[in-house]
Design a protein around this ligand. Sequence first.
Ligand code: NAD
Ligand code: UDP
Ligand code: UDP
Length: 320
Amino acid sequence: MKNYETTKRILVTGGAGFLGSHLCDRLLRDGHEVVCADNLFTGTKRNIAHLREHPRFEFVRHDVTFPLYIEVDEIFNLACPASPVHYQHDPVQTTKTSVHGAINMLGLAKRLNARIFQASTSEVYGDPSVHPQTEAYWGNVNPIGIRSCYDEGKRCAETLFFDYHRQHQLDIKVARIFNTYGPRMHPNDGRVVSNFIVQALKGESITIYGDGRQTRSFCYVDDLIEGFVRLMNSEPGFTGPVNLGNPGEFTIRQLAEIVIELTGSKSTLVEKPLPSDDPMQRRPDISLAQSKLGWTPQIALRQGLEKTIAYFDDLLRAGG
Ligand code: NAD
Ligand code: UDP
Ligand code: UDP
């Protein structure tokens, strides 16, 4: 029998994407009902195909820039293309998705008096001059560059979340997510982990943008989803923003070398031009998540890469 004390009806926007589909899996495993709303811009039905017959899962094809009238207990707002290639494809739509999408989901949360989670990003720090990045840092963001549709869209969404919280007493939870990787990343979305793995498995050259000395910190998806759930269930009044990411920091060249080693590939490295506004360094300070959520990532880069390589190997063999 359904336990109304502990099981909820939960909306996941962007639920057919990389992170969203893992979140749907986790919420279903925890016994909840899940409504996944996605316009399938970068997400795919393949990511949620295994859930189609699940009795507690429902898929709604919906664009969050339009209003949504449904009844749920909680909302995870993840809808937004996340890779630079995808979010720069239609930058106006990216800003609309972040800003209009946030307004609509906040309006829904307000009507329902539902707790709402926002998937924000380390991009709110821009090309940071403070290292590692703490939540108190206001960031160094170009408002008119090619990354701005995403960075400023996400910054404005945070503003909306905090204004709905102050003005309408909405119960908000804002996560600033650092680079996350794992199975179900889109093979052509241009992000560094998927690019390098696919290139290595196909024996193609590995494309290093710039000199490869820029750094990123990579979190495995299962660790991140654990952080999402802990933040959503954290004490009332704890709004964040809270950094969620793995503090292990690697240069892009190091990442390429590890991927070559783990795949046993004969690929070589080639340098390509560095895209503009590409941040030079990025590493989360996760003290807040550690103290408030008791959360620390458990999966080291090599371990996570092995699982991700296995996923892409299967996908490529299946012709995907
Ligand atoms: P993704 O592109 O795989 O997933 C995004 C999902 O949102 C897709 O399924 C897409 O179809 C959907 N979507 C896009 N626009 C929409 C719209 N207007 N209406 C409805 N659905 C829409 O990316 P992801 O990596 O899973 O990212 C999920 C969220 O996490 C995003 O909000 C992203 O900004 C954030 N994030 C991700 C990372 C990361 O490293 N993966 C880092 C920081 C923040
Ligand atoms: N909204 C929605 N679903 C709801 C309630 C509201 O999609 O169940 C949208 C609606 O489009 C509205 C937006 O959320 O424009 C903001 O709602 P809010 O109540 O904050 O503002 P208002 O309705 O006054 O514009
Ligand atoms: N990058 C790279 N080669 C690629 C794809 C990306 O060298 O084929 C670099 C990119 O320039 C950036 C880093 O890897 O410095 C991470 O890029 P990604 O697009 O994954 O994420 P973001 O820049 O948003 O952190």
